[in-house]
Design a protein. Structure first.
Length: 263
């Protein structure tokens, strides 16, 4: 049986991944509905460079043979840097080619919502839909039949059942909390890069966001692994995300000095 607490954690994470981006999009588009196009365009800055280019490339025999023999630290740097490089490039091309006339603070926020929202949905959300269906089937006594109908062997079905029933309930909540603050970070990166482009400092902004993104993607999981405490990584992510949001709000006029539209 999957506990009520675990089920609640799964539902919590699903709400963060699917409902929160919609709510944020509605809020940022309420005064200008056309900004929904910016949100949708922002999804491209994650979907295309990450899911359509980087992830398939990482799975090729060439890249796998290239990484063969690399130590854990080198691999961590490589994965962090390439994730940051592809996403920052996607953001840059989005603002330069697709959103050439979307240059306000709100447009940066909207693009970040699209980027972070689709990341939450594809990286965590879809798997948690499966988790919820599986957990409900398990509690109703239909999990083995469900898995076998999906082509799983009895041994594989038993392994999956044992896995989901042994996962601590707080782990399901952690996934949602991590997505919550990651969406905030993605909003920050998108808005920050746009602010540099608005101020005619595109190259500086690209390199700065790339470095910051790489540092975050490398540091947070490494710290969690070193100390064996997942909550420590989540805490640092939360601190960074909140600080980033406060920075954007307080430095808005500095970041977008020429903005004339109403907020």
């Amino acid at each position: 049986m999957v506990s009520i607490s675990a089920l609640s954690g799964i539902i919590f994470t699903l709400l963060i991944c699917f409902v929160l981006p919609i709510v944020l999009a509605v809020l940022v588009c309420r005064k200008k509905p056309r900004r929904l196009l910016v949100v949708l365009a922002g999804t491209l800055s994650f979907l295309v460079p990450q899911l359509m280019i980087r992830v398939p490339l990482l799975g090729t025999d060439f890249v796998q043979s290239f990484l063969l023999g690399w130590g854990p630290w080198s691999l961590s740097v490589f994965y962090a840097f390439t994730a940051a490089l592809f996403e920052t490039t996607g953001r840059f091309l989005l603002f330069w080619l697709v959103l050439r006339h979307s240059r306000s603070f709100e447009d940066g926020i909207a693009a970040g919502i699209g980027h972070g929202g689709i990341e939450a949905i594809t990286i965590v959300g879809f798997s948690y839909v499966n988790n919820l269906i599986f957990a409900i089937a398990l509690n109703q006594g239909n999990a083995a039949a469900l898995l076998q109908s999906a082509g799983q062997t009895q041994d594989a079905a038993n392994t999956m059942i044992a896995t989901i029933t042994s996962v601590p309930a707080q782990s399901f909540y952690f996934a949602g909390i991590e997505r919550l603050f990651t969406i905030g970070v993605q909003i920050f990166f998108s808005t920050l890069l746009l602010s540099f482009m608005v101020r005619k400092k595109a190259l500086v902004g690209f390199l700065f966001v790339l470095a910051l993104h790489t540092a975050m993607d490398f540091t947070l999981p490494v710290i969690g692994n070193l100390f064996g405490q997942l909550w420590l990584s989540e805490l640092l992510l939360a601190i960074f995300s909140i600080a980033a949001m406060v920075f954007l709000v307080r430095r808005r006029k500095t970041l977008f000095p020429a903005q004339t539209e109403a907020s």
